[in-house]
Design a protein around this ligand. Structure first.
Ligand SMILES: [Zn+2]
Length: 361
């Protein structure tokens, strides 16, 4: 059964869509070039000393799309085509994926990223989140542990099989009746680490919920984590590789991504704490040298660029210091390297001792 709220949201969006298309058609029929103004959002800048307001969620300027510039004309063409598809999805109240949309005009769109940008533009223009447009992405994330909930009418009972991976729900806004006796949420970067914990039956001895986005987390994974943190009021810890990618993934959970900065207020999890692996862990846990890999030229470039992000300086200066340490040492290592002396070291010692001892930042 459809809630009243989502039905009136759809009505509002359809009305806005009609307004946008009407104003474009009016311009065209009067011989004017239509102009569409898109707010621009960012969640960080690269001036750590600037008196910026990057974390404020306000737009940071506007971009005016007109037919005068060829690249704008193409962008408008793509945007209008996607808008018509979205209108149809909303009218029929069905869902489509970004990939479905791409395949409706593959020669015009040429690649998926073009569609993705148009969807982001439309969210900004219509002031909504992607799921409001009935556009969903295939969920990539996995969850296990002390958790039970309903999605739509479907029951997810993770407690029944504590160490089994369940897909993160795609329709996060329909999740309700969340029940949990967990004491914390553990977010791991990689599926391999998630599977390691599952094999070690980590959740039998640790009352927690484990989530992985399998690399860079997608929107459903981040929204689901955010929902759990809000509803259950549990601490959330993040375990990533000690390399620039791992750090960037941590930052994506904490601050949101630049690409979806317009929606960061619904996607970021400011409460998340960094559990490891810290650059300083290599010494503290006596990692042998052969487990440490030199940072590549690309790693160095990425790390230096990340050090300039204003949000680190302002909101997580301790994270920034560890990142600086990574750069100084010039080495990186994977989470799994910590298992060098014992295969279950992560689940038996590293994670429980860090959480009990409050060794996180
Ligand atoms: Zn800034």
């Amino acid at each position: 059964m459809e809630g009243k709220r989502s039905s009136s949201q759809r009505g509002d969006l359809l009305r806005k869509i009609r307004e946008v298309t009407r104003s474009i058609l009016e311009d065209l029929s009067n011989g004017r070039s239509p102009s569409v103004s898109i707010d621009r959002f960012r969640n960080y800048c690269t001036n750590p000393n600037a008196n910026c307001y990057c974390s404020s969620d306000f737009s940071k300027g506007k971009e005016i799309l007109t037919l005068q510039r060829e690249c704008h004309a193409h962008r408008l063409n793509v945007m209008l085509r996607v808008l018509l598809i979205v209108q149809q999805l909303l009218q029929e109240n069905i869902h489509g994926s970004k990939r479905d949309i791409y395949y409706m005009h593959p020669t015009v769109f040429s690649e998926q990223s073009v569609v993705d940008r148009a969807i982001n533009d439309l969210c900004i223009l219509l002031q909504c989140s992607r799921h409001n447009l009935n556009v969903v992405s295939v969920g990539n994330g996995l969850v296990m542990g002390w958790l039970r909930f309903l999605e739509g009418g479907r029951k997810f009972d993770c407690i029944n099989s504590l160490n089994t991976a369940h897909p993160v729900p795609v329709h996060v806004e329909e999740v309700k009746d969340i029940i949990s006796v967990a004491q914390y949420i553990l977010v791991v970067e990689k599926e391999s680490v998630f599977q390691r914990l599952a094999n070690d039956q980590f959740c039998n001895t640790n009352r927690c919920i484990v989530i992985t986005g399998r690399g860079y987390p997608d929107v459903p994974t981040r929204r689901f984590l955010r929902l759990l943190v809000e509803k259950l009021r549990l601490p959330a810890y993040c375990l990533v590789d000690c390399d620039p990618y791992g750090f960037d993934i941590l930052a994506t959970y904490r601050f949101g991504s630049m690409l979806m900065a317009y929606d960061a207020k619904f996607l970021r999890v400011p409460e998340i704490r960094w559990l490891g692996a810290f650059p300083s862990d290599s010494e503290n846990y006596g990692l042998p040298n052969q487990c440490l890999l030199p940072l590549t030229a690309d790693d160095l470039r990425r790390t230096e660029a990340m050090l300039h992000r204003c949000y680190l300086q302002r909101e997580e200066p301790h994270w920034r210091l560890e990142l600086e340490l990574m750069l100084q040492r010039g080495v990186k290592f994977e989470i799994e390297a910590l298992s060098v002396n014992s295969i279950s070291f992560l689940s038996k010692e590293y994670i429980p001792s860090k959480i009990q001892g409050g060794v996180h930042m």
